[in-house]
Design a protein around this ligand. Sequence first.
Ligand code: KG4
Ligand code: ZN
Length: 358
Amino acid sequence: MLHCLILQSPAHKPTTVGRTILGIESSCDETAVALYGNHGLLAHAMHSQVALHADYGGVVPELASRDHIRKLLPLLDQVRVAADCRRIDGIAYTRGPGLVGALLVGATVAAGLGMSLDVPVLGVHHMEGHLLSPLLERDPPAFPFVALLVSGGHTMLVEVRAVGDYHLLGQSLDDAVGEAFDKTAKILGLGYPGGPALARLAQQGVRERYDFPRPMLRRPGLDFSFSGLKTAVMLAVKAGGAADHADIAASFEQAVVETLAGKCRRALRATGCKRLVVAGGVGANQHLRTMLGEQCRRDGVALHFPRHEFCTDNAAMIALVGWLRAGDMRPGITAVDARARWPLTELTPPPDPILEQA
Ligand code: KG4
Ligand code: ZN
C-alpha cells in the first residue's frame, strides 16, 4: 500500500533562512519518506508492511529490514517528484529506538545520500517525532504542553516545555498500551495488527459488561501498568464463548481509555498545563479520541491530536524534527548510526530554537 500526498497548507511560517529537510523513517514496519520546508510539509509517502507480516501474527525483523531496502529509494523518488524538489539542505532519519536492522537501512541511506549530496545528516529520536507530530497540523499547540505518547513500544506522559526540553512524568512499568492492544487482540483470535482490529470489534460490544481493572488508577503517581489487564482478559476469554468476544474487546478498550484519561487529567493538574497532546499509534483509536475530547472540554483543556495517518509511523514527523533541529546538524558526519534503545530524556534543546513558548 503506497500513499503519497502533497500538502499546501503551511503549519509554520518561520523567519529563519531556507531549509528543506528530507525525512526518512524505517524503525519498524513502515517505510516512509517526507520533505519539510519553510512553508510546512511539502510531500510525504509511506509504505506499510502489514501484508508482509500478517501471516506471522507480528513483525518479523529480518523481513522488515529487507522490505525497507526494497522500498526506500522508490519512495524517495516519488516524494521528490511530488514536491518538485530540486535541492535539499539536510537529511533527518530515525536513529532509534526501534528494530536495529530496520533502523540501519534508514541510517545507511541517510549517510550515503548526505555524503553524495554534501548535506548534513541528523539522527532523530522516533518518539520525539511522535511527540511533536501535532505541530504538523494547522492549529499546532503552543509550548508548554503535556504529551501522552501511546505507541506499540512506549506509553509515556511527558511535560514538553520546548523542543528538546522533556520532563518524563510517568511511563508504563510493563507492557506498552499498543502492546496490550496487540496481545489482547491475539488472545481474541484477531489478526495483526491487533489494535485497529480490536477497536473495530469493540464497536459491536457492551463496554460495561466486564469490570476489568483500571490499572494503577487508584494509586497515586503517573505510571502505568497493563500486563494485569491482559491476564484479566485471558480469564474472561477462557470462561466465556466466542459470542462474548465483542463485549470483552469493548470492556478492555473502556478500561484502557479510562486509565489513560485519568492519568492525563492527573498530569495536567500536577503541571498546571492547559494543553494536552496525544500522539503515537494508539492515538488513532477513536474511542480514546472521543472520551479524551469530552474530558478536556469539561476541564477547559485544549486537546491536540495529529491526523490519523500521522498518529502511526510516518516520515513527516521525522522531517519536521529535522527542520526544528537544523541547528543540531553538522556537515561531514557520515557514520551509519542507529540505537535500538534510546531514552527520550537524553535529548537536549537545539542551539537555535525556532519555536518559542506561548
Ligand atoms: O506508533 P506506532 O505506529 O508504532 C510504534 O512506534 O510502535 O504504533 C503502533 C501501535 C500498535 O500497537 C497498534 O496496534 C496500535 O498502535 N494502534 C491502535 C490503533 N491503531 C494503531 N491501537 C488501538 N486502536 C487503534 N485504532
Ligand atoms: Zn512509532
